[in-house]
Design a protein around this ligand. Structure first.
Ligand SMILES: [Zn+2]
Ligand SMILES: [Zn+2]
Length: 207
């Protein structure tokens, strides 16, 4: 128990990560520009976002997301760890690492409200994937900013979503585009992969 106690500022204890982004509480004089506000179902967890548009917005159909969200797929928006300000820092949050099934804070991990257990975000090593269903999107522009741009792990889907968005069988950029993905994107990807194959062949990597 004593190991978990902080012994003052600048201590590099076991809980040092709680003082770093994304859990570091931004000071009022830091010019953290609040663009969006969000809260979990019970309201204990509240956060703010300073970035206008997420770096990406995706729908993930992988079976881990299906189980963790008890839903057919997950909607996640990607932000930098410094774009978020949890108003109570690390308090009222709990962690889960789906790989080791541990509730310790081990990256990458799932983050939930410790009271109502609403999923809050997936914390990666460099980025966070937060769940826009918690963000108070007030108008058309807000909704347009968060609009999903692609489907990933569509090969594991439980239902078809014929919306014309790019659909990757696994990880985006690293798998194949299927179903009603935009034909231009499919052609570009095929050309890119063909070029890569030729380059590998010229370098003598025949496999
Ligand atoms: Zn809650
Ligand atoms: Zn997933």
């Amino acid at each position: 128990m004593a190991m978990h106690q902080r012994t003052g500022d600048g201590t590099e204890g076991i809980d040092e990560w709680k003082k770093r982004a994304p859990y570091r509480v931004h000071e009022p004089n830091e010019h953290f520009k609040v663009r969006y506000e969000a809260s979990c179902h019970c309201g204990k967890v509240k956060y703010q976002l300073s970035r206008e548009e997420p770096l990406d917005s995706k729908l993930c159909h992988c079976t881990t997301c299906q189980t963790q969200h008890a839903a057919p797929f997950q909607w996640a928006a990607i932000f930098h760890k410094d774009d978020i300000n949890f108003t109570h820092g690390h308090h009222d949050l709990e962690w889960y690492d789906p790989t080791s099934k541990s509730t310790e804070h081990r990256l990458p991990c799932k983050v939930r409200c410790s009271y109502c257990h609403s999923p809050i975000m997936d914390e990666g090593r460099n980025m966070i994937l937060l769940f826009p269903s918690l963000v108070h999107l007030k108008n058309e522009q807000d909704r347009a900013n968060f609009k999903p741009r692609l489907h990933m792990f569509y090969g594991q889907r439980v239902m078809d979503i014929p919306d014309g968005l790019p659909k990757w069988t696994g990880l985006n950029q690293e798998s194949d585009l299927i179903e009603d993905s935009p034909p231009d994107m499919v052609r570009d990807l095929e050309r890119k992969r063909e070029k890569e194959r030729e380059e590998r062949f010229q370098k003598g990597e025949h496999k």
